[in-house]
Design a protein around this ligand. Structure first.
Ligand code: GRF
Length: 209
C-alpha cells in the first residue's frame, strides 16, 4: 500500500480536496499524515476533524540548517510509512524551500501544486505576476518536485481565463477551484501507477494498458 504525507503551512484547502477525494473516489493510497511547519495552520484542524494524523515540525526558531530541519520531517514521514519506497509526499502550500537531499530522497515521489501555468510565473505571488504581466490566461500546474523552483516535470495543468476586471483575489479564487480539481486527480494517477516520466515529459497511461 502506498502511504501519503501532505506538507502544509496554512489554510490547507488543497490538502482537504486531496483527503476528500481519497475517501470519495476510493483512491488506493493511505492518507498517513499531515505535517505542518506552522503550529497555527488551520489545515491541521481540518485534517484532525477528518480523522487524519497530524504532526508539527516547527520551523520558527529552528537553529539548524535546511537539511537538519528536513531530516525531522523525513523522520515523521517514515514513522507513518511514507518512505522512499512506499510513499508519496504532496506539498500543499508548504511555505519552505526544501533541501536537495530531501528532494533526491523522494525523487519522483514528491508533488507540488503551483498557481500558474508553468514555466510562466514560478515562485511567489504567481497570480499577481500573471496580472502584472497582462496574461490573458493563467491557471495551475501539478508537477514533480526537482531541485529548481517550480521546475520539475509537469503532470497536469488547468487553464483559467483572466478577466479584465480581475484582482489578485478574484483570479486566485478561480485558480484555486481548478487546483482542487487537478491535485486530487494527479494523486489518483500516481496511486494507480499511471504516470510515466520520460526526461522532462510525463505521460498518463490509459487504464488497462
Ligand atoms: C495554493 O494557491 C497553492 O497553489 C500554493 O499555495 C496555496 C496553498 O493554498 N502552492 P492551500 O493551503 O492549499 O489552501
Amino acid at each position: 500500500m502506498l502511504h501519503l504525507g501532505i506538507l502544509i503551512s496554512g489554510r490547507g484547502s488543497n490538502m482537504e480536496s486531496i483527503l476528500k477525494a481519497i475517501k470519495r473516489q476510493k483512491i488506493p493510497i493511505n492518507p498517513a499524515v499531515v505535517i505542518s511547519n506552522n503550529p497555527g495552520a488551520i489545515g491541521l484542524k481540518i485534517a484532525q476533524n477528518m480523522g487524519i494524523k497530524t504532526a508539527v515540525v516547527e520551523s520558527r526558531g529552528f537553529t539548524g540548517n535546511r537539511w537538519d530541519y528536513d531530516k525531522k520531517i523525513i523522520q515523521v514521514l517514515s514513522e507513518h510509512g511514507v518512505t522512499e519506497k512506499n510513499g508519496l509526499v504532496c506539498l500543499a502550500g508548504f511555505m519552505r524551500i526544501i533541501s536537495p537531499e530531501f528532494i533526491r530522497k523522494y525523487k519522483n515521489r514528491m508533488l507540488n501544486i503551483h498557481p500558474a501555468i508553468l514555466p510562466s510565473f514560478p515562485g511567489l505571488h504567481a497570480q499577481r505576476q500573471a496580472l502584472e504581466y497582462g496574461a490573458k490566461y493563467s491557471g495551475c500546474t501539478v508537477h514533480f518536485v526537482d531541485e529548481g523552483v517550480d521546475t520539475g516535470p509537469i503532470i497536469l495543468q488547468a487553464a483559467v481565463k483572466v478577466k479584465d476586471d480581475d484582482t489578485e483575489e478574484t483570479l486566485s479564487k478561480r485558480i484555486l477551484a481548478k487546483e482542487h480539481a487537478i491535485y486530487p486527480q494527479a494523486v489518483k494517477l500516481f496511486a494507480e501507477g499511471r504516470i510515466k516520466t520520460f526526461g522532462r515529459r510525463t505521460k498518463v497511461k490509459s487504464r488497462g494498458r
